[in-house]
Design a protein around this ligand. Structure first.
Ligand code: LHQ
Length: 258
């Protein structure tokens, strides 16, 4: 696929942004391919975790600013509606975990793609930059929703208004991402994490993600109701049966994601 490489291996779908000469900057075609990859991940049972990463020295430099579709005066809302929002919606609706393997700089929509993942692991040399305000825009790709949740309002609004670059270590110290590892250890860390998630009770992980999503706008009372219903469904799953049987037998569970 143009600009996006998709590979699958024992439960793991790896999606690689592959325009290294442009720091993996996104255009409409690339964003569309990204959306298709996440939609495929949703329907293929054998995919139990997705790893999103970039090829070359960057994770993603956001929208390709040389693309005529976003030239000043063009309808940016159209680009966002047709290409960006469907990607973020597909990621957040995916009932499976997404790991962002942030191998280098993540800027603009590229940063917010990483933040739309569930677990972010970054190389020590990586960085994040909400560069939108530098060109007269506001954070899109879910940034206005995700940034205050990940960073807290005070840091989120300064990041968005100032457009300053922050290191991976800073993002981790602020609790916005899961892990920072030495560059040389990025592959091992992400492969180990992906293997763990690929053997996890996928339905439970999907339910966790959906429940966290809905608590953004719900009350404790509504969350308690949601937890009851989700737990009721999980309680009827094969993986719950396996989890309890394995616990009682003092053996390692073998979850099937069902
Ligand atoms: C680029 C880009 C780039 C083109 C580096 N485009 N060429 C959605 C839809 C609708 C409307 C608009 O917005 C959006 C969402 C968005 O994402 S808006 C935000 C767009 N992204 C940015 O504003 C980031 C722009 N890039 C940068 O700030 C820097 O390049 C970063 C911080 C990513 C990396 O800095 P450096 O490591 O110093 O590399 P560099 O700046 O030297 O870039 C290397 C090359 O890549 C360079 O080309 P050249 O021909 O000189 O080697 C850049 O022009 C090109 N490049 N980002 N987004």
């Amino acid at each position: 696929m143009s600009g996006v490489l998709v590979t699958r291996d024992v439960g793991v779908m790896r999606i690689t942004l592959d325009r290294p000469e442009k720091l993996n900057a996104l255009d409409g075609e690339l964003a569309h391919q990204l959306r298709l990859a996440f939609e495929e991940a949703a329907i293929v049972h054998d995919v139990r975790v997705v790893v999103l990463t970039g090829n070359g020295r960057a994770f993603c430099a956001g929208q390709d600013l040389a693309d005529p579709a976003v030239a000043p005066g063009a309808d940016l809302g159209m680009t966002i509606e047709h290409f960006y929002n469907p990607v973020i919606r597909a990621m957040r609706a995916l009932p499976k975990p997404i790991v962002a393997r942030v191998n280098g700089v993540a800027a603009g929509a590229g940063a917010n793609l990483a933040f739309a993942a569930d677990i972010v692991v970054a190389a020590r040399s990586a960085s994040f930059i909400e560069s939108f305000s530098r060109i007269g825009l506001l954070p899109d790709s879910g940034g206005t929703w995700m940034l205050p949740r990940l960073f807290g309002y005070g840091r989120a609004i300064a990041l968005a208004m100032l457009g300053e670059r922050i290191s991976a270590e800073q993002a981790q110290a602020w609790g916005a991402i899961w892990q920072v590892v030495d560059d040389a250890d990025l592959d091992t860390a992400c492969d180990t994490l992906a293997a763990t998630l690929a053997q996890a009770p996928t339905r439970a992980l999907g339910a966790i993600k959906a429940a966290f999503e809905s608590t953004a706008t719900s009350t404790l009372d509504a969350a308690l109701d949601d937890e009851r219903e989700l737990q009721r469904r999980l309680g009827a799953s094969r993986d719950y049966r396996e989890g309890v049987e394995a616990f009682v037998a003092k053996r390692k569970p073998e979850f099937e994601g069902r």
